[in-house]
Design a protein around this ligand. Structure first.
Ligand SMILES: Nc1nc2c(c(=O)[nH]1)N[C@H]1C(S)=C(S)[C@@H](COP(=O)(O)OP(=O)(O)OC[C@H]3O[C@@H](n4cnc5c(=O)[nH]c(N)nc54)[C@H](O)[C@@H]3O)O[C@H]1N2
Ligand SMILES: Nc1nc2c(c(=O)[nH]1)N[C@H]1C(S)=C(S)[C@@H](COP(=O)(O)OP(=O)(O)OC[C@H]3O[C@@H](n4cnc5c(=O)[nH]c(N)nc54)[C@H](O)[C@@H]3O)O[C@H]1N2
Ligand SMILES: [Mo]
Length: 818
């Protein structure tokens, strides 16, 4: 039996702190995961469900984007994957009665943990203007309301369409088509807050915004540098791959301000060695760097390699540099001129330690750098990552076995969403192909990213907001600004599986559209549909949910977008026959007529086309994508055939994902050392050294994840590896700083962020009541959990080039509570 959801919020007075763990996973992790799974879905369903995770005929884990190994274990999941599954496959339900008995004000007063723990959403719900409660609404009425609202916009750019990275390729592709059909590129996504800096730096330097390694490369690497990443919590299956590399003789260097348990020692619960012999020591070296010091570290390694080359030769890959790169001489000169003392000041590490890392790189025959949010969420993240590339290029460490760049992506399909067009700055080539396929003209002007969307909301320029998954209100920076901005929007629509803050902080009117998750069976058009996802390494495979959906009322994301598109654009019956190369649509499933299944015979737009003058504004009727929306909903393979014609690399899509097969997308740098940059070469770049300077009496705060959360979804109250239990409002501070700042452990303080505007004035933001915990973080650096600390991140504090909020470097002071 599943247990009941909590009735009260987290009681932060009950936090207690023990010593951090030195080893990750092991049997306690498995037990913890099963306990959570049993709470959410009972024992039988837990076992049945967890055995389906990441199997060839099962569903893709809705946790992280780490790839599956080709030879899969019976239980191919990790502790936190199991928690992600349990959260979705929960037997708890949020039904219309729940909304009738809880007012909006009451819901708003609860914390994110309480909201998420209430269970799966089961019915479309509507919040009328000025209403105190949500009320049930039919799908037809809800979708018509949205279509009417969209048609009433004066300008398509008044609409914003957010995406979170769980959405399948099929749903994401249709969604971007809907949005571009409406006439805007306002497609901000979670990637803007996540790996955008990686995409920016890699596209400029190697011509592809993705990593260049496969899982086999991880196994074959000689040296793995894992920087700015906490895989024990956020990508636990990566630890198995690191273990394998290690057993083959690889060296692992962990670069992190915090001694994260998962990087130190790993007990693999799937092997005898892991369970019985205390596991594998993973990191050979722990480089305890200061927040934001990584650019200096990678420059230092580059300088060390260049010095070693000058002294004894044979260090660099001269042939690779000559044949495949440009800009080497300028980089060499810049590193020659760079003083070691700057590297020491930036990293907080002695020159000796920096040179030791340099030596490990010099000695390595094949090096991979893995990273996540610790490297992407700083003001200077893009130059920092360009310097990672510089270092790898010196030894030709791109495009050969066991070597390359490995940005470890977060959400399970965030990379796939971008591949199929979720991007506010689409390329001309993509738009041209889209135009050809659907016989319309997609808008060319770039749209808003996440931060720009918030600015537009704040300034009253957004009348419509739709979230395809995710939790925009809690995930974004500067919570107070976002909340005020949301309130100015006319209609906000959230397509969601679980209740979250974005359902209770809304526009003047709001809709909740409940949808199927990864684990749910998806029957459309009389058959079971599968969807596809792309992992962090460009491998695409099918995913098919097996569980009975939480309610008969749920529509899949594909169905929601198809039906909405039909209402906005018209059904374009026979549209797929409009182009000679398009396959004929199969008969609509289940024998139902178009009308029976919610598709109008003639849409308002088609009526407008024949009966009256063209309506102004959104999706001019002479310029809408031509697609047979009903047929697409009835057979997702048709969506894949469109994708195959629009996006290079998906040829024979259907066949290549059939029977558990994996479609490997082409990757120029990895496959053939082909670099699609301006000059066709991998580019060395010169990047002036940047690192944070912390004002006196202040701390630099990073906002990170605990072990019991998935982004804004809070699974539980513990951060087991860091030894923090029972609560989340804690700030980790070096014990010497605690004393120097005049506080003591366990003091309750406010965190006040200080942001200097371009005109020199200082803005303050406050997060109240955090308990001080002494922790092994470098002097001057602190850490606290997100999303509680998003209120501290100034909207305008973003990374250069990528626009990513600087969630890992917020200047704060601690203030005693009155
Ligand atoms: N269970 C679980 N899994 C997840 C998620 C989750 O919330 N829960 N989230 C998913 C998502 S969307 C993402 S993007 C990933 C996130 O995965 P991570 O990036 O591992 O997540 P964070 O908790 O943000 O951890 C950042 C790590 O970088 C370190 N760090 C911070 N600043 C710096 C720095 O300046 N330099 C260096 N070298 N290190 C630094 C921190 O100490 C911490 O170890 O995980 C994905 N997987
Ligand atoms: N301060 C700070 N802020 C951060 C970060 C940080 O490190 N520090 N990290 C950033 C990062 S890396 C990311 S990726 C973003 C995450 O931002 P988001 O992706 O927007 O947030 P999530 O918490 O992952 O979204 C959770 C919600 O998604 C919905 N959901 C789950 N599964 C599905 C599904 O299959 N379909 C649909 N339609 N909905 C579903 C559920 O309703 C759930 O409540 O946050 C960013 N914000
Ligand atoms: Mo992310």
């Amino acid at each position: 039996m599943a247990t009941k959801p909590p009735t009260a919020d987290i009681d932060e007075s009950r936090v207690h702190v023990t010593r951090p763990k030195k080893v990750a996973v092991g049997v306690p992790a498995v037990l913890h995961a099963l306990e959570m799974a049993n709470e959410q879905m009972g024992v039988t369903r837990s076992v049945q469900t967890l055995l389906q995770v990441n199997q060839k005929d099962g569903f893709d884990c809705p946790g992280c984007a780490w790839p599956e190994e080709d030879r899969r274990h019976v239980a191919e999941f990790c502790e936190n994957g199991a928690k992600a599954v349990a959260e979705e496959a929960t037997l708890r339900r949020v039904e219309p009665e729940f909304f009738a008995s809880h007012s909006l004000d009451e819901l708003r007063a609860h914390d994110d943990w309480w909201l998420g723990q209430q269970g799966r959403l089961t019915h479309p719900m509507m919040l009328d203007e000025g209403a105190s409660h949500y009320r049930p609404i039919s799908w037809d009425d809800a979708l018509r309301l949205i279509a009417d609202e969209l048609r009433s916009l004066d300008d398509p750019d008044e609409a914003v369409f957010y995406t979170s990275g769980r959405t399948s390729n099929e749903a994401a592709f249709l969604y971007q088509l809907l949005v571009r059909g409406i006439g805007t590129n306002n497609l901000p996504d979670c990637s803007n807050m996540c790996h955008e800096s990686s995409g920016s730096a890699l596209t400029e330097t190697i011509g592809i915004g993705k990593g260049t390694v496969s899982i086999e490369d991880i196994h074959e690497a000689d040296l793995l540098i894992v920087a700015g990443q906490n895989p024990g919590t956020n990508h636990p299956r990566m630890l198995s791959a690191l273990e394998k590399a290690k057993q083959r003789g690889a060296t692992i260097i962990a670069v992190n301000p915090l001694p994260e348990a998962g990087l130190m020692r790993f007990e693999n619960p799937q092997t005898v060695r892991g369970v019985a012999f205390g596991g594998t020591k993973l990191a050979d070296e722990f480089v305890q760097i200061r927040l934001g010091g990584d650019q200096a570290l990678f420059q230092a390694i580059g300088k060390h390699l260049l010095e070693a080359e000058a002294a004894e030769g044979g260090v660099l890959d001269a042939e690779f540099i000559a044949t495949h790169t440009s800009g080497f001489e300028a980089y060499r000169q810049a590193m020659t001129d760079a003083p070691w003392r700057e590297f020491v000041a930036a990293t907080g590490l002695p020159e000796k330690a920096l040179r030791r890392v340099g030596e490990a790189v010099r000695a390595s025959k094949a090096t991979i750098v893995c990273w996540a949010m610790g490297l992407t969420q700083h003001k200077h993240s893009v130059p920092m990552l360009r310097d990672v590339v510089n270092m790898l290029l010196l030894q030709g460490n791109i495009g050969r076995a066991g070597a390359g760049v490995c940005p470890v992506r977060g959400h399970s399909n965030v990379q796939g969403d971008r591949t199929v067009g979720i991007y506010e700055k689409p390329s001309a080539a993509f738009l041209d192909a889209l135009d050809r396929e659907f016989g319309f003209a997609a808008p060319r002007e770039h749209g808003y990213d996440t931060v720009e969307a918030i600015r537009a909301m704040r300034d009253g320029r957004v009348r419509f907001f739709m979230g395809m998954g995710g939790n925009f209100v809690s995930a974004t920076p500067d919570t107070a600004v976002v909340e005020a901005g949301m309130a100015r929007v006319g209609l906000t629509v959230q397509v969601s599986t679980k209740l979250n803050r974005s359902h209770v902080v809304t526009g003047r009117r709001a809709l909740i559209l409940p949808t199927l998750g990864r684990t749910d069976r998806d029957r459309r058009g009389g058959r079971e549909q599968r969807v596809t996802v792309e992992d962090s390494m460009g491998a695409v495979h099918a995913s098919r949910g097996r569980l009975a959906p939480p309610s008969e009322e749920l529509l899949s994301e594909v169905a929601i977008v198809s039906r909405l598109s039909a209402l906005v654009f018209g059904t374009s019956a026979g549209a797929s026959g409009a182009r000679p190369d398009a396959p004929a649509a199969p008969p609509a499933g289940g024998g139902a007529t178009r009308h029976d299944r919610g598709y109008p015979e003639r849409s308002p737009r088609e009526e407008a086309r024949t009966d009256g003058p063209d309506p102004a504004g959104v999706g001019h009727p002479s310029n809408v994508p031509l697609a047979d929306w009903a047929a697409l909903e009835a057979d997702y393979a048709l969506i894949r055939s469109h994708i195959a014609r629009v996006i290079p690399g998906f040829e024979d899509y259907e066949e290549r994902i059939d029977k558990g097969r994996t479609l490997h997308l082409p990757n120029g740098p990895r496959d053939a050392r082909r670099f699609a940059t301006a000059d066709g070469k991998a580019r060395f770049t010169v990047n002036p050294l940047v690192y944070p300077v912390i004002p006196r009496g202040r701390l630099l705060l990073q906002t990170l994840r605990s072990h019991d959360q998935y982004n804004t979804t809070i699974y539980g109250k513990d951060d087991r590896y860091r030894g923090i239990r029972g609560g989340r409002r804690v700030v980790l501070v070096n014990e010497k700083d605690i004393v120097a700042l005049g506080f003591a452990e366990d003091d309750i303080v406010d965190l006040v962020s200080e942001w200097t505007r371009p005109d020199g004035t200082v803005e303050e933001r406050r997060a109240e009541e955090f308990r001080i915990v002494a922790y092994r973080t470098p002097r001057g650096n602190a850490a606290a959990y997100y999303p509680e600390t998003n209120v501290l991140v100034p909207l305008d504090s973003v990374a250069d080039v990528s626009g990513t909020p600087t969630s890992k470097s917020v200047v704060v002071r601690l203030e005693a509570r009155p």
